[in-house]
Write a protein that binds this ligand. Structure first.
Ligand code: G3P
Length: 218
């Protein structure tokens, strides 16, 4: 399972990367705005800074909703760096743009996936990744993990190459459950990734080992 970090914060990206297990980064317009990155050139520069930090895929989202605009913005993003994956929203124009980019060998991440039908359509159009938002489904009392399992089955039935990128991951159990189901990738916060390391028995066990070592070496 690939681990992506879902942030545009360079410090957090660096911290996750330093752990040695990071495979990529996902961003979205909200995450970029949260970091105060505004204006076309600043946004492009920030994506480039992320690409220079991490040796892995970096999802950069188009803002346009018309086909021509999506293609123009996507091509500009793809030109920035070979790590860039163009993130496109799940709309009819988005599907057409994904098909276009797939023909040009430009990789895409179809975002805002909330149903198996949407994931099927994106895979047929040639998306490199689909991003089902599991946390946002949980927020409305729909089990997000069930969607991951449904998409896994459909993609396995037809051997689609599209990778399932579980997004809107909120906590370590989401990551573990996605790994059990067979999501190809998960994208989560630094906190959710770091939390995988925690166990109280590890802490108390280590404390005991160190105390015993200190006693024996008195
Ligand atoms: O990058 C998209 C997704 O991960 C957003 O997560 O927490 O805003 O639902 P969240």
């Amino acid at each position: 399972m690939k681990f992506f970090i879902d942030t545009a914060n360079l410090q957090e990206i660096k911290e996750a990367n330093d752990l040695g297990v990071l495979d990529g980064v996902t961003t979205n317009p909200s995450l970029m705005a949260k970091e105060g990155i505004t204006g076309e050139q600043n946004i492009l520069d920030h994506y480039l800074a992320i690409c220079n930090l991490v040796d892995g895929d970096v999802s950069a989202e188009v803002i346009a909703t018309d086909l021509e605009g999506m293609i123009q913005q996507g091509e500009e993003l793809a030109k920035l760096h070979t790590n860039i994956v163009v993130k496109i929203p799940m709309t009819i124009n988005g599907i057409k743009a994904i098909k276009y980019f797939s023909g040009k060998k430009i990789r895409t991440n179809c975002t805002l996936i909330f149903s198996a039908g949407q994931a099927l359509l994106a895979a047929k159009a040639g998306a490199s990744y689909v991003s089902p938002f599991i946390g946002r489904l949980d927020d409305i009392s729909v089990n997000g993990l069930d969607l991951i399992a449904q998409i896994r089955q459909i993609y396995d039935n037809y051997l689609f190459d599209t990778e399932i990128l579980a997004a809107s991951v909120r906590h370590p159990m989401h990551i573990i459950n996605c790994a059990e189901i067979g999501a190809d990738v998960m994208t989560g916060s630094l906190k959710s990734i770091m939390a995988l390391a925690n166990h109280p028995l590890t802490d108390s066990g280590l404390e005991q080992f160190l105390a015993d070592h200190a006693k024996g070496n008195k």
